[in-house]
Write a protein that binds this ligand. Structure first.
Ligand SMILES: Cc1cc2nc3c(=O)[nH]c(=O)nc-3n(C[C@H](O)[C@H](O)[C@H](O)COP(=O)(O)OP(=O)(O)OC[C@H]3O[C@@H](n4cnc5c(N)ncnc54)[C@H](O)[C@@H]3O)c2cc1C
Length: 433
């Protein structure tokens, strides 16, 4: 049994910033903090669409946890069970070995997972867009589709290879589609003279009647117009009813079913199941309700934050805070303050952060942004979004890498090498003789 003062579950925006703050609060003292996360890095998800389009080196969209948290014990693995009242947890490491952990206080920030609906063919033919592996795979896949389309004179096959369907018009779906569309357009112009932009079909399907929920309606409409101007087909108030055999059928009967070589699902997230499976009370959406101090009711020194928690919104909306990085990060800091206070260091503080704004990129030099009631569009909004993400990015070294990638992408075209073989070593041939 390993004994810790604080167990932090999750190394994303909530967990990583909570542990970082604890390092500061416990500096020069003896408290021991353990952070368990499935990867040894923290994914800076706002930059994921740019990592997918190759504007950014994927490695520059992550922060190594051991570098970010030099005084925290980091265990790469999975917390498989939690006994919150008994202050015990079990985690399994990359060797498959089980670790028994005892703790005095707990910060839960295991985030959310993609959730799907029962649409025929979806599980077989669609991919998600949530992890760094998803972004790298999607980039290589899109470039592979260009190569395959270039190699064939069969126009029907070419059209299928160059049909890209995104299901879900939220922030990640819109940004990923816009970035990848820019990538293919640039690549075609420069490297595939046989292919024409009109050979491509980019389709965005959204069940609601507008894109980008939560954004000022003028900005949603602007985003819709900007995407349509690029030739992207938008189907609002529409659902995908089948993806069987890679053929997409929409609920809108006026759109004929079509074969799509790429289908990306970004239409739903649900909180990680760990809290519910551990017997904690969850709301109808699976989030752990907490009070303004981020405390879970009925269990001492237990805090829940991030996408998996229902935190009362200090903006007075009467709803929980939206699931964003900017909220999770600040909740991490407040949870750390309150854990430290519970262990006798400093005072507890309530979560007071109000949403400052939102920014969405719509491909190269295009975007929309909202700061309180002010709205911005076009290159200025794109620049504001980038600047904000850069400010949020921790560490000068990481910031510099991102700025250097952005600067290079201003002056030089994107790399179109298709590295789909990465991560799969070439098997050795059988022995000779
Ligand atoms: C493509 C994309 C783009 C986004 N863009 C933006 C944006 O521009 N602006 C913005 O504000 N928000 C954005 N978000 C939302 C933002 O990423 C989330 O709101 C934020 O990451 C939530 O933080 P979290 O700590 O709750 O979860 P996460 O950051 O998802 O971290 C969860 C952590 O828990 C770990 N974990 C899960 N289960 C276990 C377990 N059983 N044991 C151990 N560890 C576990 C995971 O490995 C991970 O480290 C985006 C999200 C995506 C997917």
């Amino acid at each position: 049994m390993h004994q810790y003062d604080v167990l932090v579950v999750g190394g994303g925006f909530g967990g990583a910033f909570a542990a970082r703050r604890l390092e500061h609060l416990f500096k020069g003292r003896g408290e021991r903090v353990l952070l368990v996360a499935e990867e040894n890095f923290f994914l800076f998800s706002p930059l994921l669409p740019e990592a997918a389009s190759g504007t950014l080196e994927p490695r520059h969209a992550v922060i190594p946890l051991r570098e970010f948290l030099p005084r925290t014990t980091v265990l790469t693995g999975e917390v498989t069970s939690l006994d919150v009242a008994g202050r015990r947890a079990k985690a399994v490491d990359l060797n498959g070995h089980s670790h028994e952990i005892a703790f005095r206080a707990l910060i839960l920030s295991p985030g959310s997972r993609p959730t799907t609906r029962s649409i025929p063919g979806l599980a077989e033919h669609a991919v998600g867009f949530k992890t760094l592996a998803d972004a790298i795979w999607l980039r290589n896949h899109v470039l592979r589709q260009l190569e395959a389309a270039d190699a064939t004179d069969d126009l029907e096959l070419r059209r299928q290879l160059l049909s890209f369907t995104f299901i879900g018009g939220g922030y990640s779906g819109v940004e990923a589609l816009a970035e990848l569309e820019s990538l293919t357009r640039d690549a075609m112009k420069r490297a595939y003279p046989k292919l024409r932009p009109s050979d491509m079909r980019w389709v965005l399907v959204e069940a609601a009647d507008s894109l980008l929920p939560g954004l000022d309606v003028r900005l949603s409409r602007y985003a819709e117009r900007a995407l349509r101007k690029k030739g992207i087909e938008l189907h609002l108030s529409t659902q995908v009813s089948s993806c069987e055999g890679g053929r997409v059928t929409l609920s809108d009967a006026t759109v004929a079913a079509y074969a799509s070589g790429t289908i990306v699902w970004t239409a739903g997230q649900r909180p990680n199941e760990l809290a519910r499976e551990s017997g904690l009370e969850v709301d109808d959406r699976g989030r752990v309700p907490v009070d303004p101090y981020l405390r879970v009711a009925g269990v001492a020194d237990t805090f829940a934050i991030g996408d998996g928690a229902a935190v009362p919104d200090p903006a007075g909306t009467g709803r929980p805070c939206p699931p964003t990085a900017q909220h999770a990060l600040r909740q991490g800091i407040v949870a750390a303050n309150n854990v430290a206070a519970a262990l006798g260091v400093g005072d507890a503080t309530p979560f007071r952060y109000r949403n400052r704004g939102l920014a969405v990129t719509l491909g190269r030099n295009q975007g929309v942004a909202q700061v309180k009631r002010l709205t911005f569009t076009g290159p200025l909004a794109w620049f504001m979004g980038r600047s904000y993400h850069l400010l949020m990015m921790p560490g000068l070294a990481r910031k510099s890498r991102v700025v250097s990638d952005w600067t290079i992408s201003l002056f030089f075209p994107r790399d179109v090498s298709q590295l789909g073989g990465l991560g799969r070593p070439t098997p050795l041939p059988p022995p000779e003789g």
